[in-house]
Design a protein around this ligand. Structure first.
Ligand code: GTP
Ligand code: MG
Length: 459
């Protein structure tokens, strides 16, 4: 893997940072990274009984002391010798008790022993400089730490594990082969490169298609990365709040037998198809003279217009009436799923009566149909996980699109009669540079600064 130039102001010294968020917790992690020997020297000021050569990757219980030498904590210490560590440097991790005072004491002791507080993403940046991972994989780590849902975490993990990097590197190799041929053609300018140029154009088009495919895989996954919103609408007393509570798994909304109980829109998240989805419970739709309820109905209607999916609740026993039909006739942007509620009151003939009236029948009271409803929601929201979904960040998407356009420009020139290899090569080099920026080979320090500024401290 290519070695990137580390920030000249960084590297070479020992840095320290907490890897866990501030606040009281059971445990906290404080990490040190730096050159071999120096890092251990700092660590030994905190854990005086650390051996000269601690056993690598083995947790050992130590008494930790503060900068004044007084006891601080009893904690596990882990030693990772260079280069077999996350950063490629010598790394020591303290798994201390999660008191902010202990963490602050540890940081102060490390600073007194010569360590500098790490900047954002500095651990990962050092890993990048030491060839432990490439830039796309580093960005995957940041996305993994931020993942809001299991689905996003899975896609981020594929980025960390190099799925995108492998495909981009392969595309880059193929493009480099074409460039080598073009350069050979330049060296033997007297040859008529006609056939060779056509083959080059075909090869470039194949790489452009791979870039397109990566962008497409990104948008398949990307559609899942925006938080989806589901609004539950229906007439008063249809059972919306009861359904809402059952879906989100807690008694969030008030339920009574009085029509018009819910006045405001209430939101709560829950997981659907591996993603976090926001559900809204709303006021029952009816024309009313009550000032408060009127506002609630307007809010409900607006929620229906901005949601990604509307669950339209209809009391199964009462069936659909003219007001329901009017609501369902109206065209709206979001798909509408008609949900028959209170199925437990239906007696034996529930399924027959469902025909044509409801897409799914549920009883929030018994739980009947709730799983089917969740699955239908996942399908309508496009949250059914497909193979080959990738987490491709906006930066990658732009680079891929720019590479594809340069490759097509090069291909067009190569195909045109008399296309000069040197001109084709200019565009091929542009494409190589765009592809290389994804994995970091051609990334500038400025770009790295911008990317790592978004990382957490201690990552
Ligand atoms: N048996 C049965 N009763 C239900 C079920 N769901 C709701 N109910 C009852 O229906 C009545 C109305 O329920 P809510 O959830 O408050 O209805 P809503 O649509 O939110 O009503 P508004 O907020 O007034 O618009 C309550 O008495 C609930 O107990 C169900 O699945 N089975
Ligand atoms: Mg309600």
């Amino acid at each position: 893997m290519a070695r990137l130039v580390a920030d000249p102001d960084r590297g070479g010294d020992v840095v320290v940072a907490p890897a866990t968020p501030p606040g009281v917790s059971a445990l906290a992690v404080v990490r040190l990274t730096g050159p071999p020997g120096l890092t251990l020297a700092v660590a030994r000021r905190i854990a005086p009984h650390l051996a000269d050569e601690p056993r690598p990757r083995e947790a050992a219980l130590h008494r930790l002391v503060g900068e004044d030498g007084r006891p601080l904590d009893r904690a596990l210490v882990l030693f990772f010798p260079a280069p077999h560590s996350a950063t490629g440097e010598e790394v020591v991790e303290f798994l201390c008790h999660g008191s902010p005072a202990i963490v602050a004491g540890l940081l102060a002791a490390a600073r007194a022993a010569g360590a500098r507080p790490a900047g954002r993403g500095e651990f990962t940046r050092r890993a990048l400089a030491n060839g432990k991972l490439d830039l796309a994989e580093a960005e995957g780590l940041a996305a993994l730490a931020r993942a809001e849902s299991l689905g996003t975490a899975r896609r981020a993990l594929s980025l960390v594990e190099g799925e995108l990097s492998r495909r981009v590197s392969a595309a880059r190799e193929r493009t480099l082969d074409v460039l080598a041929e073009l350069e050979a053609a330049l060296d033997f300018a007297e040859d008529v490169p006609g056939v060779g140029m056509r083959a080059a154009a075909d090869a470039l088009e194949a790489v452009a298609q791979e870039a397109d495919e990566l962008v497409a895989a990104a948008s398949r996954g990307g559609a899942r990365d925006r938080r989806k919103v589901v609004a539950i609408l229906g007439r008063p007393n249809a059972g919306k709040s009861t359904l809402f509570n059952a879906l989100v798994g807690r008694d969030r909304a008030i339920v009574t037998g009085v029509p018009g109980t819910t006045r405001d829109a209430i939101s709560e998240t829950c997981e659907v198809g591996g993603e976090t989805v926001t559900f809204f419970d709303t006021a029952g739709l009816r024309s009313t003279e009550d000032e408060v309820e009127k506002v609630g109905v307007a809010v409900a209607e607006r929620a229906g217009e901005t949601a990604d999916l509307v669950l339209y609740a209809v009391d199964f026993v009462l069936g659909r009436n003219e007001e329901d039909e009017e609501f369902l006739r109206k065209g709206r942007a979001a798909p509408v799923l008609v949900v028959g509620t209170k199925a437990d009151l239906a007696g034996g003939n529930a399924e027959e009566r469902r025909e044509g009236c409801f897409e799914v029948l549920v009883s929030a009271r018994t739980g009947l149909g709730l799983e089917a409803l969740r699955a239908l929601c996942a399908a309508r929201l496009g949250l059914v996980e497909a193979d080959g979904e990738l987490l491709v960040l906006e930066r990658h998407r732009e680079a891929l699109a720019s590479a594809a356009s340069s490759l097509r420009e090069a291909g067009k020139l190569a195909r045109s009669a008399g296309g000069a290899p040197e001109l084709v090569a200019v565009h091929v080099r542009e494409a190589l540079s765009a592809l290389g920026a994804i994995t970091g080979e051609t990334a500038t320090e400025e770009l790295l600064d911008r990317i790592f500024a978004t990382f957490c401290v201690g990552k």
